[in-house]
Design a protein around this ligand. Structure first.
Ligand SMILES: [Fe+2]
Length: 419
């Protein structure tokens, strides 16, 4: 699945900038996300008129519904109005937030994180009612936690997803805020991401609040590198259908276009070119066996370890010791592995080598199968304007066992020569 990269449209006034940004980036997404709070005062037919220039499907993203706290009669009014709009606009997805808007009698000026344990039962009832009224599955977004109550987030989402059928809207920047603030590690979400058949993803900008000193989602100059890395890993490992860039309010069309292109380059293109040309474009390590065979048990262990590695950026305990990270796909190759699987493993190893989590200095990696006429070559880019190169499969054994290192049933050599 190659995800659609698109923008969130905050209000009618933001449309010309978004259109220009997409035009500058040379993108024509098949969906745009409509921030419903900025459009809900309009009749649905007017909303359609505003959006028609995109010539795209829409998703609705809602922030201030207060659906967990609002009194019963107000909730009914909100849902029936939303249902009327949905019947006209026919959004492909509707998403909301698990927010708290009141503290006793006070209404803070921004939404707060819920005490998940306290609201779980009422949340299940209200989500069921929400979905029944709008006639479709609701997506709920993970929160950018800044306090200890964020630690209960994954269990809460697991509970509401299993009891109501609602889905997770995975905001990678929010997840990183919670992770870096120490309240909810990224890998605690893995099992929920794995359950998703199609993921709607948000990416924004992570920063440090200059007054509070903790991590927050900020109005920065484009997506930050940590968000890009997690987005890239999410795309690699899970079935992402849409990526919505929540650009800074007031950003110029030029800045938005630059951000979109940066996201496309980082998350949607493999080191070898477009996602579609990559043998792994159908997914990451989980789809390594292109032959369709189920991986063997030790392969599963490696895949699990790699998945953890991607999500946490730390070396997991169950990764076999004594080799570089890029070599992990080569370990545990079944004795009866098909040529397609062996080639896939070699390509995956090369891809990891190019990403260089191991911080090695070599410019060129040659990888051969020790028992077959089969080799690959990988060359790192020498400058930002260059692309990394991959060559293979080459039907020759380019390395001699006497002049190279061995790993599993493979030989490899790293040099500074060029391909
Ligand atoms: Fe978001």
């Amino acid at each position: 699945m190659i995800p659609t990269l698109t923008l969130e449209i905050a209000s009618p006034g933001a449309i010309p900038v978004a259109l220009r940004a997409l035009n500058l980036a040379g993108m024509k997404p098949n969906l745009v996300e409509v921030f419903w709070d900025g459009f809900c005062h309009l009749e649905p037919i007017e909303v359609m008129g505003h959006l028609e220039e995109f010539d795209a499907a829409i998703s609705l993203h809602i922030s201030n519904s207060r659906f967990l706290e609002t009194p019963e009669d107000e909730l009914s009014g909100y849902l029936s109005r939303l249902r009327k709009s949905i019947s006209v606009l026919a959004p492909t997805a509707v998403s909301d937030h698990v927010y708290r808007f009141t503290v006793g009698q006070l209404r803070p000026c921004f939404p707060l994180e819920c005490d998940y344990r306290a609201v779980e039962r009422s949340a299940v009832d209200r989500i069921i009612r929400y979905q029944d009224t709008i006639g479709q599955t609701l997506l709920l977004e993970n929160y950018a936690s800044t306090s200890a109550i964020g630690g209960a987030q994954p269990e809460f989402f697991e509970e509401i997803m299993s009891k109501t059928g609602c889905r997770l809207l995975w905001d990678v920047t929010n997840a990183l805020v919670a992770h870096f603030n120490g309240w909810c590690e990224i890998d605690r979400w893995t099992h929920l991401l794995e359950k998703s058949r199609s993921l709607h993803v948000h990416v924004g900008t992570l920063g440090v609040d200059k007054y509070e000193g903790d991590y927050r989602v900020t109005q920065g100059d484009g997506p930050d590198s940590a968000s890009m890395e997690l987005l890239k890993d999410t795309v690699r490992l899970f079935p992402v259908s849409h990526i919505v860039y929540e650009g800074s309010a007031g950003a110029s069309a030029e800045d938005l276009a630059q951000s979109l292109l940066a996201i496309e380059s980082a998350a949607l293109r493999s080191p070898f070119g477009s996602a579609g040309s990559n043998p792994y474009s159908g997914g990451g390590p989980r789809n390594r066996g292109r032959s369709g065979d189920e991986p063997q048990d030790d392969s599963r262990q490696i895949e699990r370890a790699l998945r953890d590695l991607y999500l946490t950026s730390t070396i997991p305990n169950d990764l076999p010791e004594g080799h570089s990270l890029w070599q992990a796909p080569l370990y545990g190759t079944p004795a009866d592995a098909s040529t397609a699987e062996i080639e896939s493993r070699m390509m995956r190893a090369g891809e990891l080598w190019l990403e260089n989590h191991d911080l090695s200095h070599g410019r060129l990696l040659v990888l051969s199968r020790s028992d077959a006429e089969l080799s690959f070559g990988f060359e790192r880019a020498a400058s930002p304007s260059e692309s990394a190169k991959a060559r293979g499969p080459i039907r020759r054994r380019l390395l001699s066992p006497l002049r190279s290192h061995g790993v599993g049933g493979y030989l490899f050599a790293e040099t500074d020569h060029r391909l």
